[in-house]
Write a protein that binds this ligand. Structure first.
Ligand code: 5AD
Ligand code: SF4
Length: 470
């Protein structure tokens, strides 16, 4: 039993971390042939990609995937801690699993992902969810096959969560959800410690993969016919800092752009580490998509300071405009939190005015959610929830206005779209433009997924555009 520990999770002693090569124990390869698994994923792209590794490990053990948890022998939740509602959803699901366990005693229930790293979650599990078979932390996901094997043999609660700064694991198998768009991890963890955020505690310190390993992965994706890679990290701009003296995100982006892949994306960027070299490279290579996600969180320098964001309203705007000027046609998106403790109406008005100035192409907006163990959790928060909800509504009205206004400008233009499939309504194809806009479109001739086509935009909506193939 290894329980999480927040003091250890917070430490950053910069000693060398271990690099581990995954190998499935041959004694459990295909051992569970005929057994079925159900996997539910919450949260960000990093978790989605972890689930692609989880599925591959389970399938190597012989499990097959099912969409309905009633049919499964193994139920696994890959959880997210970022806000309280993600938490509540996972606990709600565990509640539903309890009834299944009562009917089917030998069913195995596991929880992994960010929630596993939280002391308070483990305490809650020990108090109220003892019927779970195992909890596995983010740092030792590669131990999943052995933990499942042990759970099946022993049938008692196992908690295997390490609060170390993290190792770096190569060679995990992967089954990708999509056969033309792929996620590629480039850096794990985060050292920024924004005061509201739980990620540095659940995901450990910043650890970069070796450039050779990343480039090899992209090359093999190209060989397999992939058309788009998204380079992933909690803060991709910090890439290389822990590993190289003279090789950073700008160099990596350039080296990947030089490979023969039609589309390169990356996320997420912290404004702090966004270098001029990166901007230059994004502007220079036509296969680096002109789409930058640059979370601002607040338009008030006072609130940004309380959030520990390391930039001011002015320096964010300076960077924002530099990117806009140097990358023609770039679409900018952001994340914004309202109702941070101490945010006054005038701070919120500064956020609105920043949105008015930036006219983002996309924005994810949230009400501040208290995360136990983070510094912001202890701040005095006098703003009633009704006021926060009203601020969120006012903010959404403004961001939506600009989504539509930006989309309207694209009417009667031609955009390159990567065909992803046929929409639920069945009468239209859908795909994403270079600027990451969702396009629903018609075509006289049949198209194949993964193709890149020219689409003439016929009408704009707030969250999507309609068009037809030229
Ligand atoms: N409350 C609300 N939003 C949060 N985010 C991160 N932590 C919190 C929190 N405690 C948001 C930030 C971040 C995005 C991924 O989630 O906007 O950029
Ligand atoms: Fe959280 Fe800040 Fe790190 Fe993003 S940069 S993961 S918001 S601590």
């Amino acid at each position: 039993m290894h329980l999480p520990n927040y003091i250890e999770a917070k430490s950053r002693n910069k000693k060398k971390y271990n690099r581990i090569n995954f190998k499935l124990d041959s004694s459990i390869e295909k051992k569970y042939e005929g057994k079925k698994y159900f996997l539910k994923t919450y949260g960000c792209q990093m978790n989605e990609h972890d689930s692609e590794n989880i599925s591959a490990m389970l399938e190597a053990m012989g499990f097959t995937k099912v969409d309905d948890y009633d049919d499964a022998d193994l139920l696994l939740l890959n959880t997210c801690s970022i806000r309280e509602n993600a938490h509540n959803k996972a606990f709600g699901m565990l509640g539903r699993f309890k009834h299944l366990k009562e009917k089917k005693k030998d069913i195995i229930i596991g929880l992994c992902g960010c929630m596993a790293q939280e002391e308070s979650v483990i305490n809650e599990i020990l108090d109220n969810y003892k019927y779970i078979n195992f909890v596995l932390g983010t740092h030792n996901l590669y131990e999943l096959p052995n933990v499942i094997d042990k759970s099946i043999k022993e049938n008692k609660l196992q908690i295997e969560v390490y609060s170390r700064e993290g190792d770096l694991v190569e060679g995990l198998p992967v089954v990708r959800e999509n056969s033309y768009k792929a996620y590629v991890n480039i850096i794990y963890g985060c050292d920024k410690f924004c005061t509201y955020c739980i990620v540095p505690y659940t995901r450990g310190r910043e650890r970069s993969r070796k450039k050779e390993d990343i480039l090899e992965e992209v090359k093999s994706l190209i060989k397999d016919g992939y058309k788009e890679v998204t380079l992933l990290g909690q803060n991709v701009n910090a890439y290389g800092k822990d590993l190289y003296e003279d090789y950073d995100m700008g160099n990596l982006l350039e080296d990947i752009a030089k490979l023969d892949i039609p589309r390169v994306r990356f996320m997420t960027s912290h404004p702090w580490d966004f270098t001029d070299k990166m901007i230059e490279v994004i502007g220079k290579y036509s296969n680096i998509m002109p789409s930058v996600h640059l979370p601002v969180q607040s338009g008030s320098s006072r609130v940004l300071k309380l959030m520990g964001r390391r930039y001011t309203r002015e320096s964010y705007l300076e960077l924002f405009h530099k990117i806009k000027d140097m990358v023609p046609g770039v679409a900018m998106s952001t994340d914004i939190i309202v109702g941070f403790p101490g945010e006054e109406e005038e701070d919120f008005l500064e956020t609105l005015s920043l949105v008015e100035e930036c006219k983002f192409d996309n924005a994810f907006t949230f009400i501040f959610s208290k995360r136990e163990g983070t510094p912001a959790c202890k701040l005095d928060d006098k703003t009633p929830i009704e006021v926060k909800e009203e601020r969120l509504q006012r903010l959404n009205d403004v961001v939506n206005k600009y989504f539509l206004e930006n989309n309207k400008k694209l009417e009667n233009t031609t955009l390159k779209v990567l065909v992803e499939g046929i929409s639920d309504k069945k009468d239209m194809y859908y795909g994403y433009s270079e600027t990451n806009k969702l396009i629903n479109f018609t075509s006289d001739k049949e198209l194949t997924c993964g193709e890149i086509v020219d689409v003439e935009i016929t009408s704009a909506k707030t969250w999507s555009l309609d068009g037809r193939v030229k």
